[in-house]
Design a binder for this molecule. Structure first.
Ligand code: TSJ
Length: 177
């Protein structure tokens, strides 16, 4: 009988993607100077701007925190949190799906109105930590990553619900590494 594969190929390719981004950050964000740092913020804010352009949010807060992290919050619909293919919450795919490319990837050049969430996985890979709080369907759904690797334990395959809320929107806090 053929030997059983003892690793998950999809998670290996995600880890390889993270390694590629962290090895050559300039390929993905244009530079590692202040400009590159600003680029990380734009990549995240663009998602909220897209939500606004879709007519689904009217307020976006961008906060530069004292600890060097950045918080972006909107009052849109909230990133979908339902179970996606392979038992992964949809919101996790947004932060772990690297779109191949580097120089030929559009993430460096795209501005608002471009593809949704293309750059958020790159920002995640280049952040010491990233926390995600999605308010929708009556709850705040929470997730956390360290250098792009998810560290929050799923509950029945879904993001843990950390509190109840009647609001809706997405809040991301990340510390550029
Ligand atoms: F991409 C991201 F994770 F970085 C990010 C996404 C960061 C921030 C600050 C906000 C967002 C974001 C995403 N705000 N709003 C949304 N909306 C959706 O993802 C969304 C919600 C609902 C539906 C739907 O069809 O019901 C579709 C989308 C794309």
């Amino acid at each position: 009988m053929a030997k059983k594969v003892t690793y998950d190929e999809s998670s290996i390719s995600v880890l390889e993607g993270l390694e590629a981004v962290r090895k050559r950050p300039g390929m993905y964000i244009g530079s590692t100077s202040r400009k590159g740092l600003n680029h990380l913020i734009y990549e995240i804010v663009d998602n909220s701007v897209d939500e606004h352009l879709a007519g689904e949010c009217d307020t976006i807060y961008v906060t530069l925190e004292k600890d060097g992290s950045c918080t972006v919050e909107d009052n849109g619909r909230g990133i979908p949190v339902g179970l996606h293919a392979k038992g992964v919450p949809a919101a996790r795919l947004v932060f772990s799906t690297l779109h191949a490319g580097g120089k030929f990837d559009d993430s460096v050049y795209k501005t608002s109105g471009g593809l949704h969430g293309v750059g958020s996985s790159v920002v995640n890979a280049l952040s010491t930590y990233m926390t995600v709080d999605i308010s929708r369907d009556g709850y705040v759904h929470h997730d956390r990553y360290e250098r792009g690797v998810p560290v929050e334990k799923l509950v029945d395959g879904l993001l843990p619900k950390i509190s109840k809320t009647t609001k809706h929107g997405t809040k991301i806090n990340f510390l550029p590494d």
